[in-house]
Design a protein around this ligand. Sequence first.
Ligand SMILES: Cc1cc2nc3c(=O)[nH]c(=O)nc-3n(C[C@H](O)[C@H](O)[C@H](O)COP(=O)(O)OP(=O)(O)OC[C@H]3O[C@@H](n4cnc5c(N)ncnc54)[C@H](O)[C@@H]3O)c2cc1C
Length: 444
Amino acid sequence: MSEHINTAGNHYDIIIVGGRPAGATLAARLGQAGLRVLLLERAVMPSLPAASSPIIYPATMQLLDEIGADEADYAHNTPRIRRLVSEVREDFRVTFDLPALFGRDYLYAIDRARFDAALWRTAARQPTVTTHDGFSVTDVLRDGKRIVGITGRANGRDTQFTANGVVGADGRFSLVARKAGAASYDEQSDMPTSIYYAYWKQVQPYASGAPIVHSYATGRGYGFGLMDSADGTTCVVIEGRANALELGDAKAHELYLQLLQQHPRVWRRLVGAEQVTEVRGMRNIGNMYRTAGGPGWALVGDALHQKDPIDGQGIYDAVVTAKLLAQALVAWRNGSITWEQALHQYTTAVRAETAPMYAVTMDRVKRELYTEHPAWAYRSWLRWLVTDPEYGRRMVWLLSRGLPAEGWLPRAVFFKALARGAVRDVARRLAHMPEPYALPPLAV
Ligand SMILES: Cc1cc2nc3c(=O)[nH]c(=O)nc-3n(C[C@H](O)[C@H](O)[C@H](O)COP(=O)(O)OP(=O)(O)OC[C@H]3O[C@@H](n4cnc5c(N)ncnc54)[C@H](O)[C@@H]3O)c2cc1C
């Protein structure tokens, strides 16, 4: 636990509760603008967050460049991944190469404890930012309807701090949101998913041996992801419809191993490998927004907006909403707008930035996890669509945020992809050519 005090007294411009991607990057940005910030975190850094798999795209890294976060620090000993391979049942396989976007042509499957700690240090480097980990916020202080500070506990001692504004960057189960009475909206609770994951060592390389993200879709409401991560580890994830991954009488690690063993495309890579962490995860993951703020308080990151992790956009959303909130708060602190105007500006910007991708993610959960397609669909139109180069290009650009989510797949592109696939199949059969997207035989 560390306390890094830069300011005298217990009053700040802004108190931030929660010190991971949203909270730490917000603190760094406010510090860059000279605001006096207190950043409080319950966990002792470095430590893992509650649950998260590890993908970050170049758009996220570009936002981190803006606050001076050091890539060599947050991605220390972590391989650069330039290729995604997607296997769909035994029906087809497609490869996507990462385009050069935002100055990088790779993504990372980072070590979250290392990554979060590097962001924490980035915030702490700002002279006007005070960081305090091992500090659990237990309540907010009020002056009438306005929130004016927090009370919390560290080392068995209760302490109060006051501020002109309190920000909840405290994740999906946000205490600040609860205490402030933040309403939720745009909630989508009819398609819950669950995830289980662990890190492994000595995983069999995929084909060329270059670091990759390898996914395998079962077509039965769940799929697998194997992502090459830091220090020679591979993160192996199972995500699916909550009702397809019910534990029943089993423990999470039993279900996890059982499912891995049932799928030879995945298991063949784990034969001889060693599981080096416990199985972590989350059940019944929900999707929603909360009101962005009120008198003296605001929310950012998962506390503000949470959605299914299938597209790996949570960290990006956390750091981009932190940027949007920082812009609003700096304008408020300069006196050019009121607190209410700042919240209005922030709410509008957050919706514009996140709502289209939220809709795409919900659509993907419905299509890939909640819709059972007949076998012939995988062999025809789904294969035509997913293996179409223009579809693939757009998909990777979408996830990398190089393409606006709204209208990312125009109807014309969709139908042309199907037509190209059908024509390609006919031509290939007439010429007695092999299927280029077939999976390699399983026997090794
Ligand atoms: C299973 C799963 C897999 C995911 N995979 C990915 C992925 O591959 N890529 C991706 O981009 N996103 C992924 N996400 C989403 C991503 O993890 C989150 O969106 C991101 O961590 C949100 O950052 P945050 O800073 O808002 O909140 P968090 O990371 O949740 O941090 C909140 C912090 O607040 C602290 N806190 C809470 N209450 C208090 C309190 N009372 N006092 C003091 N501190 C407090 C907590 O200790 C915590 O450290 C995944 C999520 C899940 C659930």
